[in-house]
Design a protein around this ligand. Sequence first.
Ligand SMILES: Nc1ncnc2c1ncn2[C@@H]1O[C@H](COP(=O)(O)OP(=O)(O)OP(=O)(O)O)[C@@H](O)[C@H]1O
Length: 272
Amino acid sequence: MENYSLLKVIGEGSFGRAVLVRCKSSQEHYVMKEVQLPKNSRREAILLSTMKHPHIVAFREAFEADDLLCIVMEYCSRGDLLRRIQHQKTPSSILKWFAQMCVGAKHIHDKQVLHRDLKSKVLKIMGPIKLGDFGSACILNSASLLKGLCSYICWDPRMYVAPEIWDNRPYNNKSDVWSLGCVLYELCTLRHPAPSWKSLILKVCRGAYPPLPSRLPYELHHLVKQMFKTDPRDRPSLHTILTSHRALRLQHQDVKVRLHATLRWRIPPEQQ
Ligand SMILES: Nc1ncnc2c1ncn2[C@@H]1O[C@H](COP(=O)(O)OP(=O)(O)OP(=O)(O)O)[C@@H](O)[C@H]1O
């Protein structure tokens, strides 16, 4: 704690507050999330520390002080997608942002982790989109069957939860795909697909949602339709989404090239 100067509280979450801090030695800004112990486990810090990716908020360190778990992470100075979603985007910028969030989420799925709380608020902006807030994430263990809202910790009023969870059926990485479908829908229409709980459960979760504006390209209509498949087995994985659409494929390749360049830069030449 003594390595950082506390600058201001930038928000309060259900598990504690988020504070903007400055590192005394480097003078760089970070966000320190203070999580009440033992209310929340150390899972968020552990999972975040294993994720190193250009589209995931970077972990710096975690430590315990005064019954609090302090998680220090990259400061995403441009806020979150929820705030930026107010303004209409062009189809190409929608696809660009969407590809970035899919690339970040695919990285965590490749590590057998489910985010379980994907929504426009956890998508931070730092130039590129970065996935944050791993407080509800869990490891997808093939031996265990994840099922129902009780084990699905997230309970978000903006309703990004997939139909299989409402129906108390087993869920997996495809439930994160549904949530990202909701974010894509919001980017396209500037509103959530369901105006109320009733319409979410009786309509959207049964495959009926207000159509996207006809001026948007077929690609976006098709993506939303696929991601809102009510049976998770019919819903594409993030790998399929990123490889079967040209615009998304290009973004995916671009991230891989940048990631490779960063790694090459970090690894001493004699070890490359
Ligand atoms: N790395 C970050 N960079 C910039 N702002 C952040 C960062 N992490 C969190 N914030 C902001 O701090 C506030 C609190 O975030 P936090 O993750 O603690 O809770 P929350 O997402 O608001 O709520 P909950 O965890 O209950 O869903 C939010 O406004 C969030 O956008």
